[in-house]
Design a protein around this ligand. Structure first.
Ligand code: 5GP
Length: 183
């Protein structure tokens, strides 16, 4: 029993509760893709994924956006091994694209305190984009310490630590197919 991996314990022992099933994620991403395609028609946006957590969502989302777009990635410091935000956000990898006068759409996995999106907004506003919007797969409804409007939200979720579908705990469990609550 003890030599089972975390992945096996989550999936096969039902250790964690499924919060959002894979089918629900797929359906919602299809809707978001449709909405974003309509909103950006004729604009050739640059879609910027926030690593590491946002990579799966970004990959699935852009396949449902039916207009020309470009991509890039930025990497922010994560929670490390903790389950709560340290309150500090560092940029670990910068984008390569020039986003001046471009329509920028930033793709986040989850908005918790709102600190990361606030830091990103400040950083990207300074590049003088034509527009700047945010899409996040998840948002913790009760939690936001920072007052910030997210343009497109996949799911509002209660204040639990979640893993799977790109989201990690101590760098593992990102490859789980659904979003699970880990209390
Ligand atoms: P914020 O700056 O809004 O507090 O946190 C945003 C970042 O913290 C997310 O991009 C994500 O990396 C991490 N995060 C926040 N809540 C959770 C959670 O419930 N689970 C996991 N795995 N990461 C989280």
């Amino acid at each position: 029993m003890n030599n089972r991996s975390e992945f096996e314990r989550v999936v096969y022992d039902n250790k964690f509760r499924v919060l959002i099933a894979r089918e629900q994620i797929d359906d919602r991403i299809r809707e978001l893709g449709r909405k974003i395609s309509d909103d950006y028609r004729g604009k050739n946006p640059i879609v910027i994924g926030v690593l590491n957590g946002g990579f799966l969502f970004m990959a699935d989302l852009i396949r449902h956006i039916e207009i020309d777009l470009e991509i890039d990635f930025i990497k922010l410091s994560s929670y490390g091994d903790e389950k709560v935000s340290s309150g500090k956000v560092e940029v670990l990898k910068e984008i390569n694209a020039d986003v001046k006068n471009r329509h920028v759409l930033l793709v986040e996995d989850i908005v918790d305190t709102g600190l990361s999106v606030k830091v990103l907004e400040k950083k990207f506003s300074a590049f003088s984009p034509a527009s700047l919007r945010f899409v996040s797969l998840l948002r913790k409804t009760d939690k936001a310490k920072v007052d910030f409007d997210i343009d497109y939200v996949g799911f509002e979720i209660p204040d639990h630590f979640v893993v799977g579908y790109g989201l990690d705990h101590k760098q593992i469990l990102r490859n789980l197919p659904a979003v699970y609550i880990m209390d």
